[in-house]
Write a protein that binds this ligand. Structure first.
Ligand SMILES: Cc1cc2nc3c(=O)[nH]c(=O)nc-3n(C[C@H](O)[C@H](O)[C@H](O)COP(=O)(O)OP(=O)(O)OC[C@H]3O[C@@H](n4cnc5c(N)ncnc54)[C@H](O)[C@@H]3O)c2cc1C
Length: 360
């Protein structure tokens, strides 16, 4: 277990903003996980888990706590005689998607090219092109920092929905996910596909619907419109889509706002709202609303969190003024989590909120 001090959050997150984290621990095995929480408890400091940092935003004042960076080695295990894959949480998501697509397994091929560790995939239930990680996850193995023990959570215990699970809501900050098990199927998807995917398939007269073919198509589409986070710092989609009840959907349609059926739910694409608020391609406080994907905010000037907050306010304000919808931010913020304000069951000693912590 390697421990570093005063590491800029900007150095391990793809949006490249954020001041120093007091301690950063590189987790290189499952055994490191309890040790890291023990270290945090001994120093009476809060913790925050990070994978690739592709959905995490740092604050300018940094984090007066311990960041656990997940670097558990790549491991994909196919259970004998079953279509179940147990994958270590430090495995890169795209490596897993490619390897199972090559083997002819379907279920996650449309989730190609999402920058993620496997351990972060259940947290916001990653999704794209009509697929979601949750529909293939059987169980999640994790270290429960509240009871200082390893646990197994079945799919139904994770309370998955659109960009939601217990890991980013009720139990935020409690678990360190160490592995995830997926059930996939041998076979191929059949048309019709998700709209933009189908449009590409029609345009190029594609007839190969094998998982590997879909994997490559999705990768090509994503590379053509999404900014590469290495060259253009971003956190991917900065806002969530909006879901409406039946009456609100009817009223939105009457106002000529597009409402799509998404698995029985009424979805308004947040990118459409941003584009039709005149913000596509605009630069606000150092952040560019990416012209090819207006949900993405790119940090062009090495701007800080303060500038990001102003840019966010500029966008949400315009969308609200024009359409009356409140956009919600998708990326997580690397801050002291609320649960540390209460007194959780603690195997070591009571945690104290530091007086100079980001939220104090
Ligand atoms: C260019 C780009 C495109 C993107 N496209 C998509 C997309 O199509 N669909 C989509 O859903 N998302 C997308 N994202 C967002 C991002 O890829 C996902 O949210 C991804 O799961 C983040 O993975 P990560 O390892 O970087 O997580 P991090 O940003 O490091 O962490 C995200 C959250 O998960 C928690 N976490 C991470 N690892 C663990 C663990 N082992 N145990 C417990 N909690 C953990 C963290 O505490 C944090 O709250 C995109 C991002 C970028 C930059």
């Amino acid at each position: 277990m390697k421990i570093y001090e005063n590491v800029p959050i900007s150095s391990f997150t793809t949006m490249k903003i954020g001041g120093p984290a007091r301690y950063v621990i590189k987790i290189e095995s499952e055994e490191d996980v309890p040790e890291a929480y023990k270290f945090a408890n001994q120093h009476k400091l809060p913790t925050f888990v990070v994978g690739l940092g592709a959905n995490t935003i740092g604050h300018d004042e940094g984090f007066d706590g311990v960041v656990l960076i997940n670097r558990i080695p790549h491991h994909i295990d196919k259970l004998p005689g079953k279509d179940i894959f147990k994958v270590s949480s430090g495995t890169e998501w795209d490596d897993f998607v490619l390897s199972v697509s090559e083997l002819g397994f379907t279920g996650i091929e449309a989730l190609a090219n999402i920058p993620s560790t496997v351990g972060a995939a259940p947290v916001q239930n990653i999704g794209a092109y009509g697929q979601e990680a949750a529909s293939t996850i059987i169980e999640v193995e994790a270290f429960d920092s509240a009871h200082h023990q390893f646990v197994t959570l079945a799919n139904h215990q994770c309370d998955f929905s659109y960009r939601h699970s217990i890991f980013n809501s009720t139990e935020k900050g409690r678990y360190f996910i160490t592995s995830v098990s997926f059930r996939l199927e041998k076979g191929r998807l059949m048309p019709p596909f998700y709209r933009s995917l189908q449009a590409y398939i029609d345009r190029y007269h594609i007839t190969d619907f094998s998982p590997l073919s879909i994997y490559h198509i999705v990768t090509t589409i994503r590379k053509s419109k999404l900014p590469d986070p290495i060259e253009h710092p971003s956190s991917g989609s900065f806002f969530k889509n909006i879901y409406l009840d039946r009456d609100s959907a009817l009223s939105a349609k009457a106002r000529k706002i597009p409402v799509y059926d998404s698995d029985g739910l009424n979805k308004v694409p947040a990118s459409w709202l941003i584009e039709h608020s005149g913000l596509k391609g605009q630069k606000l406080h150092g952040f560019r609303v990416w012209a090819d994907a207006p949900l993405v905010l790119v940090n062009e000037d090495g701007a800080d969190y303060h500038a990001l907050a102003l840019a966010r306010q500029g966008i949400t304000g315009k969308v609200y003024e024009k359409f009356g919808f409140n956009l919600e931010q998708e990326p997580e913020e690397l801050v002291m989590l609320d649960r540390f304000d209460s007194t959780p069951v603690n195997p070591f000693e009571a945690r104290e909120q530091k007086p100079n912590s980001p939220e104090a």
